[in-house]
Design a protein around this ligand. Structure first.
Ligand code: SF4
Length: 143
């Protein structure tokens, strides 16, 4: 998981006390990513969570303490294992492609964010999406 380090500003129309402001700021730092669908594990990651949405991890619990799947980014252990296997396969495939000479400059583009956004090699790599043979590797969410 990850979270942004930008110190966001809380914009609310009504007056909030310090505690509410702190809560709103905490919400903005909620981590993104996938969590193992295991209540015991989730409660170790957010020790104050008993019900509702966590301010720390992308998970919400129902009143009965079970995971609210529609409001959570959680997957079961078997799914995690399948995902890890898929990632390993993909890394292997990419490695083999590189070894066979496939080294196109093809930075990812996801929701208009690209691999070039913060790249230190921008000034020397010559990638220019306006040129005919320079294209991004467009990534789309499959959910
Ligand atoms: S600026 Fe060049 S080297 Fe950096 S990510 Fe983009 S294409 Fe790759």
């Amino acid at each position: 998981m990850y979270f942004g380090l930008i110190d966001d500003i809380v914009k609310k129309s009504k007056n909030l006390d310090d505690e509410k402001i702190k809560e709103e700021i905490q919400k903005k730092f909620r981590m993104n990513g996938l969590v193992l669908a295991n209540v015991e594990v989730i409660k170790m990651m957010d020790t104050s969570l008993n019900e509702g949405a966590s301010n720390i991890v992308p998970v919400a619990l129902k009143k009965d303490g079970e995971i609210n799947e529609s409001k959570s980014n959680s997957i079961k252990e078997e799914e995690f294992e399948r995902l890890q296997e898929k990632v390993r396969e993909t890394i292997k495939q990419i490695g083999n492609e590189i070894l066979s000479g496939k080294i196109d400059i093809k930075p990812y583009n996801y929701n208009k964010h690209t691999g070039c956004d913060y790249c230190e090699y921008k000034s020397i790599c010559n990638f220019n999406p306006n040129l005919k043979n320079n294209t991004y590797n467009y990534i789309r969410k499959t959910k």
